[in-house]
Write a protein that binds this ligand. Structure first.
Ligand code: HEM
Length: 530
């Protein structure tokens, strides 16, 4: 659907521009945009710790709650007060980071197809966060809490389930019933946090290697910023609640309490219809329209030694290792779950059998392959692309579908190969390309820290640095293999990187494009089994 594509592209461009600015300020490793999920977790950790501290002083009875919060704020302002402010500002920061996270996943189109689950389970976490915030404001039992309490009662009692049931807690001697207040405390302090933990566990249950904490620098920096804000602008209460009088001036927290002005303006009907409608719409988004997936990775046991690297590298936990079924001497075999596989090809890149020197005269097959672009087709493509090149600095540029549009750099001296993800590149293919006529091979992936498939650019970088299996072969000349990062917005940077790389190639002695000989092949086998 072209309209949707255009929306994704426009939104993604906006994010790329903001992210570039933050890359300049923070560096890629600490760019908050690349850690919005783990940053949100972190804000929840701050909320939890600060909440536990202020709970020591908090009285859960309606008569004492306000005074205890005043004590927290003014008497022990230097610790309990700061903790109260941190509790509030980290909650606000969580809402902000959730919205940015949500927008980012949406505009990058990482919420449809087999990736629907995280999106679908993410929507309720948003509402749980808001409900947690609302019940938190309630506990202060100041004029804001009074406004929230009465407005919520009006909202709930409007439903035809038990009309008036909630409002009756506010009648009587001008005080809220203690039982009802204790119920609110129970919801805020226990019931909703437990639900949240479960919802978040579900949310990330279908992806692997999830970070529950952002990088240290970002964690320390955001805590420092929130603490500074807490000292400069401490969270304060309104005057004490008084059900005989209506509050006059309220300072709303728009992150959490925006539903109430909506109700004041349009009435309870719309205050129900709008959030429920939006929730259903958001939850349905992965199917509006559904994405057609490429076929999932296929295991070919005769080429698999059960090493498990594919399972380790899969960012979506789609590959698991099970006891061997084909009678081979190996203990395990990989099994692909089609409901989790995004067809990124990272597993093919991690398979030691995805080696173009194997089965040189026949059809190359590997332990785990992508039906849409099998390794044999890859080998043929590399060969034919390189045989079509001319000039003294023949370059193979291997790019991915989600980064810079590298195909625009194709020329008689530069061949371009586009893969679903750069993490699909088996390092032995780079050596193969140099033997097949390339003078240099450059791979380009999404921006550092920002892989469309979460981990593709990291695994490739580590393979090329010989830190992750399968390693770049020892015999492959490092100076002729380079990896760069470039997003859709960075085509000019990529062009310059390609030029620089090719100039460097000029300075190198001519390369003998020979097939590996006996000792080299032996050495390669040793490396593969190391
Ligand atoms: C309530 C707080 C939330 C937290 C703490 C949270 C946390 C996370 C984390 C840590 C990841 C993994 C990121 C990675 O390593 O690539 C993630 C992924 C994701 N989240 Fe959230 N999230 C939250 C809310 C939401 C919401 C409201 C939505 C959207 C409605 C959402 C949609 C997604 C999607 C689509 C993914 C990507 C899964 C993939 O790559 O396939 N999240 N989230």
């Amino acid at each position: 659907m072209d309209v949707l594509k255009a929306i994704h592209r426009a939104g993604h461009s906006a994010y790329l521009m903001m992210e570039e600015r933050f890359n300049q300020g923070f560096g890629n490793a600490w760019n908050p945009f690349y850690h919005l999920g783990s940053l949100t977790f972190y804000f929840f950790w701050i909320v939890l710790v600060s909440g536990l501290y202020i709970f020591i002083f908090f009285e859960t009875s309606v008569g004492q709650a306000y005074q205890s919060v005043e004590y927290i704020t003014h008497q022990q302002w230097w610790l309990a007060g700061v903790m109260r402010s941190l509790h509030r500002y980290a909650s606000d920061a969580a809402v902000l980071s959730i919205f940015l996270h949500m927008g980012r996943e949406f505009f990058r189109d990482r919420y449809r197809g087999v990736r629907w689950f995280s999106w679908f389970t993410g929507v309720p976490t948003l509402w749980l966060t808001v409900i947690l915030g609302i019940t938190g404001y309630w506990l202060v039992w100041d004029q804001m809490a009074q406004y929230i309490a009465l407005a919520t009662a009006e909202l709930v009692d409007w439903l035809p389930i038990a009309p008036g049931a909630m409002t009756k807690n506010f009648l009587g001697d001008g005080q809220l019933s203690d039982r009802f207040f204790t119920l609110m405390a129970f919801l805020h302090l226990l019931a909703f946090p437990v639900m949240m933990v479960f919802a978040l566990w579900l949310h990330v249950s279908r992806i692997s290697s999830v970070d529950f904490l952002p990088p240290k620098g970002l964690a320390v920096g955001s805590l420092a910023a929130l603490t500074l804000l807490s000292l400069l602008k401490p969270a304060l209460s309104h005057g004490p609640a008084d059900l005989q009088n209506s509050p006059t001036v309220l300072h709303l927290d728009w992150f959490y309490l925006n539903i109430y002005p909506l109700m004041d303006k349009y009435g309870p009907l719309w205050a129900w219809v709008i959030p429920i409608g939006l929730t259903l719409f958001f939850m349905a988004l992965p199917w509006l329209p559904p994405r057609k997936e490429e076929p999932e990775a296929k295991v070919h046991l005769p080429d698999c030694n059960g090493c498990g690297q594919c399972a380790k590298d899969c960012p979506f936990g789609a590959v698991s290792m099970r006891p061997r079924t084909d009678g081979a001497k190996f203990t395990f075999e990989p099994v692909v779950d089609p409901t989790l596989c995004t067809a990124c090809g990272i597993c093919t890149g991690s398979c030691v059998s995805s080696n173009p020197y194997r089965q040189a005269d026949g059809q190359l097959s590997t332990g785990i392959d992508m039906p849409a672009l099998p390794v044999e087709a890859l080998r043929q493509q590399v060969k034919s692309l390189l045989h079509g090149l001319a000039g003294p600095r023949k370059t193979l540029l291997i790019g991915c579908r989600h980064g810079a549009e590298a195909q625009q750099l194709a020329s008689p001296e530069i061949a371009v190969l586009i893969l679903p993800c750069s993490g699909m590149v088996p390092p032995s293919f780079l050596d193969f390309a140099l033997r097949q006529g390339a003078d240099g091979v450059m791979t380009t992936a999404c921006r550092d820290g920002d892989c469309y498939y979460r981990m593709g650019n990291t695994v490739l970088m580590e393979r090329l640095a010989r830190q992750r299996k399968p390693f770049l072969l020892r015999r492959t000349p490092d100076e002729r293999v380079v990896m760069v990062h470039a997003s859709r917005h960075d085509l000019n940077d990529l062009r310059q990187e390609v030029d620089r790389f090719r100039q460097r190639l000029d300075g190198l002695p001519a390369l003998a494009h020979q097939a590996p000989r006996g000792p080299e092949i032996e050495e390669e086998k040793e490396e593969a089994h190391a």
